[in-house]
Design a protein around this ligand. Structure first.
Ligand SMILES: Nc1nc2c(ncn2[C@@H]2O[C@H](COP(=O)(O)OP(=O)(O)O)[C@@H](O)[C@H]2O)c(=O)[nH]1
Ligand SMILES: [Mg+2]
Length: 302
């Protein structure tokens, strides 16, 4: 019979999701039930959790330097320390503009990453803090995308500005901005189309949206968030590079952390491009959304 695994002091900090628990289980099995550590396998596991090749190597070197039989706790604590060192401090709070004009947030990213869902969740989060919010349905390429945002707006009680089918996304943003200004909204959130990041014309469209938004407030947009799906791994780094070239990114929304323990990609993006994680998506429901907090994030992804 297999002896029960004693998780000792880690018990209280163990992640709760299925996949992450799976990562732990295999880690405990590999380390606890074997006479010799297979360092290559452990390094591959860390890379597989999207911690990055160089950080994984550094973690392994540090563990080897301990010069004793390592425990699963050693691995986790060392990995957490490395991740912490590469992540920014907690995300700064979002505050309304002192000039009374709306704080404009552009939500960008490739299709399916969770832009529309995250736009709605962020709107809901701001509304709960007492801020009037306007949503702009600027993904005008797909009628379904406009309807999807409208459904969220109806469900959450948030006004949605739409255009005619195939309307120019810039004009939708312009109209929504105008409404946000005249309604005295604190925040305008623009949900954009899922640009295929290699398609130049779509990136140009993003530039045009930025220019149009600046017409009514030259300081806008105030924040551009790239939505990345944590389950896509290193692909997200490539997306961040392409978008960052076309439209300077201020932060990340890291989605689908409920579906995978692989939040490591956010660490890599911040490390390589200096774009900090700002928000975290952990499910399809509106409340499955939180502001990035470094310690919590590190605990949850490892
Ligand atoms: N599990 C999970 N699903 C999510 C999350 N965010 C978005 N989704 C789902 O991912 C799919 C694509 O989301 P959508 O917002 O339409 O992506 P968009 O194409 O970038 O606008 C939808 O089925 C969403 O419900 C998340 O944090 N966790
Ligand atoms: Mg969408």
């Amino acid at each position: 019979m297999q002896p029960a695994i004693d998780r000792g002091p880690l018990r209280d900090t163990l992640p709760r999701t299925r996949t992450m628990a799976g990562f732990f289980k295999s880690l405990f099995n590999k380390i606890t039930n074997r006479a010799e550590i297979d360092w290559d396998e452990l390094e591959a596991d860390l890379i597989g959790a999207d911690l990055g090749v160089r950080p994984a190597g550094a973690i392994i070197d540090e563990l080897k330097d301990l010069g004793r039989k390592i425990s699963a706790e050693d691995v986790v604590e060392t990995a957490r320390r490395h991740l912490s060192a590469k992540l920014p401090a907690d995300a700064p709070a979002l505050a309304p503009r002192p000039d009374g004009k709306p704080f404009v947030i552009l939500v960008v990213g490739v299709n399916g990453t969770g832009k529309t869902t995250s736009t709605a969740k962020l709107g809901n989060w701001l509304k709960k803090k007492g801020h009037p919010v306007v949503l702009a349905a600027a993904d005008t390429f797909r009628a379904a995308a406009v309807e999807q945002l409208q459904r969220w707006g109806d469900r959450l009680g948030l006004p949605v500005v739409k255009g005619a089918p195939n309307a120019d996304p810039s004009s939708v943003c312009y109209n929504a901005h105008q409404k946000a200004i005249s309604d005295g909204a604190h925040f305008l959130l623009c949900d954009t189309a899922g640009r295929i990041h290699t398609r130049h014309n779509l990136m140009e469209e993003l530039t045009k949206i930025r220019r149009t938004i600046a017409k009514q407030d030259e300081t806008a947009p105030h924040l551009t968030l790239l939505v990345v799906d944590a389950t896509t791994g290193s692909n997200a780094l490539q997306q961040a590079k392409e978008f960052h070239k076309a439209s300077p990114l201020d932060g990340l929304v890291v989605t689908k952390l409920d579906g995978s323990g692989k939040g490591g990609i956010a660490v890599t993006i911040h490390d390589q491009l200096g774009i900090p994680p700002r928000f975290i998506g952990t499910g399809e429901e509106p409340d499955a959304f939180s502001v990035f907090e470094k310690d919590k994030f590190v605990q949850e992804i490892l």
